[in-house]
Design a binder for this molecule. Structure first.
Ligand code: PBG
Length: 313
């Protein structure tokens, strides 16, 4: 086996996640020579503009995909929710490891729940999906744009009443114990938002390891890290996303859970103000088909009009 080069973004979360995957690979194959290659993406460089304005989450992934295509790296570890619905030419998701908590976490400065936050409280998030769903429950909130890595965002809570982050990232960093988020010098109370309050983003909480389609050696190696159940759920969610044409310019959520041999998929489409939140749920056997079918039904029952309004917000 040749030497393996693993690509990662440079953020603390990305390098931690990549470190976990590299450790798992080394355990599987102690003989491998594995090198980590840090790649600075445009998404990491442009921090002063909201993602929905600069072209979406693909910005975190496209440079890394190029490095894969060119053979500069052999595999890349992504947060599954940052991976666009359609991959670059010649690339595949070689493995989806066991999923972490998929929920969003409301992290509050003074320990209240979403319903207890004071009138007009300032809540930081740049995600249109989170914004719409928070405003649907609490229209009085002032949603403040918040970008940067999760460590940066946690620091910005200093000037706000609450922020929303994915539970998975905080947990993987080792900063979440019970309902408490603590990192250097700060500790805050946190409450998970249920998927009924806030449908998570497609793939949230899961990692996606991308590689070249033709690279059978790497694909065989990655099969050892694959979690079939997590992959089925993420596949259904991503099929929904692909069908609605979603990037993070659209408030869209999709979350699947296994239910015996079937999957239960819940999805959400909204306008950015949270005035209209369309939810749907469907069960099915085939993950891809389920995602497509729920998307088709929700688009047909008003979702298509919601999506066409998004540019106007
Ligand atoms: N877009 C940034 C991003 N990509 C993945 C995660 C969290 C970890 C995950 O969902 O696996 C985050 C931060 C956040 O939304 O809080």
């Amino acid at each position: 086996m040749r030497r393996l080069r693993v690509g990662t973004r440079k953020s603390q979360l990305a390098t931690t996640q990549t470190g976990d995957v590299v450790a798992a690979l080394k355990k599987e194959r102690p003989d491998l020579d594995i090198e980590t290659v840090e790649i600075v993406t445009r998404g990491d460089q442009i921090l002063d503009v909201s993602l929905s304005k600069v072209g979406g989450k693909g910005l975190f992934v496209s440079e890394i995909e190029k490095a894969l295509q060119e053979g500069v790296i052999d595999l890349a570890v992504h947060s599954a929710k940052d991976v666009p619905a359609i991959l670059a030419q010649g690339l595949v998701i070689g493995a989806i490891p066991t999923r972490e908590d998929a929920r969003d976490l409301l992290i509050v400065k003074h320990g209240q729940s979403l319903l207890e936050l004071p009138e007009g409280a300032r809540v930081g998030t740049s995600s249109l999906r989170r914004r719409a769903q928070l405003l649907a429950i609490r229209p009085d909130l002032e949603i403040v744009s918040l970008r940067g890595n999760i460590d940066t965002r946690l620091r910005k809570l200093q000037d706000l009443d609450a922020i929303v982050l994915a539970a998975a990232g905080i947990r993987r960093m080792g900063w979440l114990t019970e309902n408490r988020v603590s990192t250097t010098g700060v500790a805050y109370e946190a409450t998970p938002l249920t998927p009924f309050e806030c449908v998570p983003a497609a793939g949230q909480g899961a990692l996606a390891i991308e590689c070249r389609e033709q690279d059978t050696e790497v694909r065989e190696l990655l099969a050892a890290l694959h979690d079939r159940e997590a992959a089925r759920c993420v596949t259904a969610e991503r099929a929904f996303l692909a069908e609605v044409g979603g990037s993070c310019q659209v408030p869209v959520g999709a979350y699947a859970t296994p239910s015996f041999s079937r999957l239960n998929l819940t999805a959400m489409l909204a306008d950015a103000s949270g005035n209209v939140v369309l939810r749907g749920a469907l069960m099915g056997e085939d993950a891809r088909e389920l995602g497509r079918e729920l998307a088709a039904r929700m688009l047909a029952s008003g979702g298509d009009r919601l999506l066409s309004m998004v540019g106007e917000v």
